[in-house]
Design a protein. Structure first.
Length: 312
């Protein structure tokens, strides 16, 4: 593994200090030690970066991405061990960042990869963004993917969950563009295999217009738009509405889904990763509710197929 970067004062020394202890099991079972491939930058916007990597040998329990923000403060983002990509939001335009990805096995940092990237310079006006859909049509009409309707599936005072379909063809990636409450353009890169996205950090009781672009290569092939109004802030005595469990139980006991234990899988100074199981049945979706440091209630909608979430 590459040397742990000196500029980060995060707990990265463990793997080096404990290498003598891990050498014996490695020699007994060389295949057990996972290896990280190259850390690559797959997309860049003025406020975010998407990183990708491979695991050519064995597997990791989890990953941790470490970097310094524009103010020089260290940040750490916990990542599920099955993921091979991550989107890092909340960055500053025209700023150089150095990212360090650590692969963990049994709580120990086994391997690490690094890369550098400079975020984009500002953003063109959303209304003036071109959509070059003519070129793909003339080059290869049958290969042109089509975006279905962009729907708002759930809304909270601070977030919106959007869903869409791809009835024809496939896209390499998507980009969601919108203006924040201050009128500043924002762009969120999305993996081509995704059909939903949660947009966090929104303002209550505010109307947003979202534009979803489907990309093949770096060309915008198709685009759909929708509007959503975030909910009003919840009062202090707000309690989540829960449907009475008696009705579904009495109507169809086998259909009632059951949630397993909610566990904390990793913690950083600015984020928490939670995991859970569904030992019986299945859920259409989840909602994570909590109060922030100011005591304001927050709600995060989660896709029904997910079993973990990072709360940033």
């Amino acid at each position: 593994a590459a040397a742990v970067p000196e500029e980060l004062t995060l707990p990265s020394e463990e793997p080096q200090d404990e290498k003598p202890q891990t050498e014996a099991p490695t020699s007994e079972n060389p295949l057990a030690r996972a290896v990280l491939g190259e850390l690559r930058v797959s997309s860049v916007t003025p406020s975010s970066v998407r990183l990708q990597w491979s695991v050519p040998k064995s597997s990791f329990d989890s990953f941790t991405l470490q970097y310094r923000d524009a103010q020089g403060q260290p940040q750490a983002l916990p990542i599920d061990g099955r993921s091979h990509s991550v989107m890092v939001p909340g960055l500053s335009p025209s700023h150089r960042y150095r990212f360090h990805l650590y692969g963990l096995q049994g709580g120990k940092k086994v391997d690490h990869a690094s890369t550098e990237v400079i975020t984009g310079e500002g953003q063109a006006d959303l209304d003036e963004l071109p959509l070059p859909s003519e070129e793909p049509q003339t080059e290869a009409p049958p290969a042109r993917a089509v975006l279905g309707e962009l729907r708002v599936s759930s809304v909270t005072p601070s977030s919106v969950l959007l869903q869409w379909s791809v009835p024809d063809g496939s896209f390499d990636s998507f980009t969601l563009q919108y203006r924040d409450a201050q009128g500043q353009p924002q762009a969120l890169p999305i993996d081509g295999g995704s059909h939903s996205v949660t947009v966090p950090g929104l303002s209550p009781s505010h109307r947003y217009r979202f534009h979803l672009y489907g990309l093949q290569g770096r060309k915008k092939i198709d685009h759909v738009s929708t509007e959503a109004v975030t909910e009003e802030p919840q009062p202090e005595d707000y309690k989540p509405k829960a449907p009475p469990p008696e009705a579904p139980v009495s109507e169809a006991p086998p259909a009632q889904a059951v949630l397993g234990e909610l566990r904390v899988s990793s913690v950083t100074p600015s984020s928490v990763q939670l995991q859970w199981s569904v030992p019986k049945g299945s859920f259409d979706s989840f909602t994570l509710q909590y109060r922030d440091a100011q005591g304001q209630p927050q709600a995060l909608p989660i896709d029904g197929g997910s079993r973990s979430v990072t709360v940033p």
